[in-house]
Write a protein that binds this ligand. Structure first.
Ligand code: MG
Length: 445
């Protein structure tokens, strides 16, 4: 087919004629574009997609490796779902691999869109994690192709490093105060304070359900009244002893009835929290409007979200201040950057979930996005264990309360697969243990 035929096949002949453009110039431009689309550089094909499971420090991590037709060019993405790692590995190896092999690695968005609908039913945590592994690995490859860190592909730096908060907890207020002082000495300006474990179970009386032999012996328990009372006392103590300069954060962990959470957040207002996190379960999203009408305490929400219907309304109706999704749980970096863009127009800031059960690749993805978006809020800090750092080379580092990434192309994190294989998943499957109210009723996180 010559160039004139090409133009005709593209339906441009009539347009060229109507505009009076010299056919030779128009033909030239169109033919070049067509040539680039059809006969440019050889396309980069995906040759393999595989899940790698490892637990160097006892936490079940899953990363996806995408290999390409260019020798030595591969990417890594986080697909860590600590509570269900094996189904994610199956979704990657048995379903995403045959879907993606042979496709063009450069067309990241196209691959994401079609992989997303390839299961027909979608937006669940297992498939979203698998998709995130593919997505982030393709961003890593794109960075390596461009010889740039991923944050450059996202627009470049908006800040020199990623400001982080750290966790301080203790069984009583004195222990929490000591922990806060130590964190401040390490350079942290934002500190999450918690009294004991999730829901402060050590504050509750011996639960009646255990005496009645209801549930299993090791089921956890919590008492709403004891938790609320202790949380108010904790804020009072830390503000009084540690001053007003430090920013204080707290996570309700969704565990108390919604109206109790509204009451608690209102009563915390005098202590000026930086944010209060997860006041409600995702099933109780409808309560955010009522919360907003009663207090101006900043609210962070979203680590349990999987589905756009869970976050779009909360952002567009300005019902939260920080969006806190777990990036692999929502399908990867491509989704998170769209959420960030949506949030910018409503001044909702980012606070991506960043616990230990995100792989170093996932933390790097969080940090690269944090660097590049205007509406960055705060990042959850992480301290990788020594063995995790040996398996994942180039993992982000912490300095004076900031997370830093290296300048290598892509995410700058590699994996030593032989070493990773020496740390299999723990025997315990890792499910989330039951938590009960005193009468044994299940508490929903
Ligand atoms: Mg949380």
């Amino acid at each position: 087919m010559d160039r004139r035929d090409t133009l005709k096949s593209l339906g441009l002949g009539a347009i060229v004629g109507a505009l009076g453009i010299r056919p030779s110039l128009a033909e030239e431009a169109t033919a070049n574009a067509y040539a680039r689309a059809t006969t440019g550089l050889p396309p980069l094909k995906i040759t393999n997609v595989k899940a790698i499971l490892t637990a160097p420090n006892g936490i079940r991590l899953c990363v996806v490796k995408v290999e390409t037709s260019e020798a030595g060019l591969y990417g890594l993405g986080c697909a860590t779902f600590n509570q269900r790692p094996l189904p994610v590995a199956v979704a990657v190896d048995e379903y995403l691999r045959p879907f993606a092999v042979g496709r063009d690695a450069d067309n990241l968005e196209d691959l994401w869109q079609n992989a997303y609908t390839s299961s027909y039913w979608r937006n669940g945590p297992v498939l979203n994690n698998a998709l995130s592994g593919l997505d982030q690995a393709l961003w890593d490859i794109k960075g390596k192709r461009a010889n740039m860190p991923v944050y450059q592909l996202l627009g470049g730096k908006c800040r020199f490093a990623v400001d982080c908060y750290t966790h301080c907890s203790g069984r009583d207020v004195q222990a929490i105060e000591e922990s806060v002082r130590r964190a401040m000495q390490r350079g942290f300006r934002h500190i999450r304070i918690q009294q004991g474990g999730y829901g402060s179970p050590h504050l509750a009386q011996q639960p009646d359900f255990q005496e009645a032999d209801f549930g299993a012996r090791d089921d956890a328990h919590m008492d709403t009244r004891a938790y609320v009372k202790a949380t108010l006392a904790m804020f009072e103590h830390i503000r009084t002893t540690c001053g007003d300069d430090v920013e204080l954060l707290h996570d309700i962990h969704e565990r108390i009835p919604p109206i109790e959470a509204i009451n608690l957040v209102k009563r915390l207002e005098p202590y000026r929290p930086f944010f209060i996190e997860d006041p409600f379960s995702p099933e109780d999203n409808g309560y955010f409007r009522q919360l907003r009408q009663q207090t101006s305490v900043p609210i962070a929400m979203g680590e349990l979200f999987n589905n756009p219907h869970e976050w779009v309304g909360l952002i567009s109706e300005r019902l939260i201040d920080f969006i806190r999704v777990h990036i692999s749980q929502i399908g990867g970096l491509s989704v998170a950057r769209k959420i960030a863009t949506l949030g910018e127009w409503f001044n909702v800031r980012s606070a991506w979930h960043g616990p230990g059960d995100v792989s170093p690749v996932g933390h790097a993805a969080n940090a690269h996005l944090d660097l590049a978006i205007w509406n960055f809020g705060i990042q959850e800090s992480v301290n990788f264990g020594e063995r995790t750092r040996e398996v994942f080379l180039g993992a982000p580092t912490m300095e004076k309360g900031y997370m830093c990434v290296n300048e290598a192309p892509g995410f700058g994190v590699d994996i030593d697969e032989k070493l990773a294989a020496k740390y299999p998943l723990p025997d315990h499957p890792g499910y989330w243990s039951p938590v009960r109210r005193p009468d044994g009723t299940a508490v929903r996180p």
